[in-house]
Design a binder for this molecule. Structure first.
Ligand SMILES: Cc1cc2nc3c(=O)[nH]c(=O)nc-3n(C[C@H](O)[C@H](O)[C@H](O)COP(=O)(O)OP(=O)(O)OC[C@H]3O[C@@H](n4cnc5c(N)ncnc54)[C@H](O)[C@@H]3O)c2cc1C
Ligand code: FES
Length: 257
């Protein structure tokens, strides 16, 4: 699926401040947690998690720079290039699952939540402020236990989503935690899960050029995030010295997170 296909945008939804979902038809089979490389003509090609994995696929974009701004400005009938899906995706385990997302991290987690039998998944969504809470109504369709945290207390619990996870792990028994969001959040999430002796699978982001395991730009501690990841288990993450501390920029230089 490394070959590029041209896809036509079928719908555009403004999800929250600066966040847009584009839907398009693509016949590829996509697992929750996998990602596409999205080509925006004349601009760039960037990695984007699949936020919808049914016949009509979707990506949910945060406008942070040139490529994401161009994607966020597309309209119905506009066209993009898609390669993929790439990466391993989440392993949907048996038992009770706790899902914890920060920012656009919810985009790759929601398809995972939708793939779990109703009644055995709880969802925690974190953001800086209420206007940045993402995909809340969609989460409520898959779980009766959806809780929110905001840094400024404008919605749900005041504090971080990791604090919310800690409370849930203390109050209830879970068999697996799935997480996606800023890496500092993920690093704190791994510590909280380890303390509670609950396994987790976390989805990482690294600078990606080929998306297909060929160029090496996405490597973390010798492992290709685009190929062996982007989802890693607790055991794999514990071995990674760069996890939560540094990453490589577009020139391959190591920079602090
Ligand atoms: C596996 C994966 C899944 C992702 N899923 C999503 C998603 O669902 N929604 C979303 O909004 N964003 C997602 N991203 C991040 C997204 O790819 C970047 O925000 C985007 O590439 C920024 O491009 P830009 O031109 O708008 O911004 P720029 O100004 O070029 O860059 C802004 C920042 O984005 C990051 N970035 C830029 N280019 C790349 C690249 N080729 N690969 C990785 N990071 C890059 C860098 O940290 C950079 O500092 C994902 C990244 C990865 C690796
Ligand atoms: S992006 Fe090229 S090897 Fe991962």
């Amino acid at each position: 699926m490394n070959k590029m296909r041209i896809a036509t945008i079928t719908s555009v939804t403004k999800e929250a401040a600066g966040i847009t979902t584009l839907r398009f038809r693509d016949d590829a089979e996509v697992k929750p947690g996998q990602f596409y490389m999205i080509w925006i003509p004349h601009i760039d090609e960037v990695p984007m998690s699949a936020s919808y994995t049914s016949a009509e696929k979707g990506i949910t974009i945060k406008d942070v720079g040139e490529a994401t701004h161009a994607l966020s400005s597309l309209k119905v009938h506009d066209r993009i290039g898609v390669r993929g899906p790439f990466g391993n995706g989440f392993m949907i385990s048996q038992g009770r699952v706790l899902i914890a997302g920060g920012g656009t991290g919810m985009a790759s987690l929601l398809p995972a939540a939708e793939a779990i039998d109703p009644g055995r998944v709880d969802v925690l969504i974190g953001a800086k402020t209420s206007s940045e809470i993402l995909l809340l109504e969609r989460a409520k369709k898959v779980s009766n236990e959806v809780h929110v945290s905001t840094d400024d207390g404008s919605m749900g619990k005041k504090g971080t989503v990791v604090e919310l996870v800690q409370e849930h792990l203390e109050a209830k028994r879970y068999d697996m935690v799935l997480g996606c969001g800023p890496e500092r959040m993920l690093s704190a999430l791994l510590k909280v899960c380890d303390k509670a002796s609950v396994e987790c699978q976390l989805s990482l982001e690294r600078y990606m050029k080929c998306g297909a395991g060929l160029c090496g730009s996405c490597v973390i501690d010798g492992v290709r995030v685009c190929k062996e990841g982007p989802v890693f288990s607790s055991a794999e993450l514990r071995k990674m010295k760069e996890f939560g501390s540094s990453k490589r920029d577009e020139c391959g230089r190591s920079v602090r997170l």
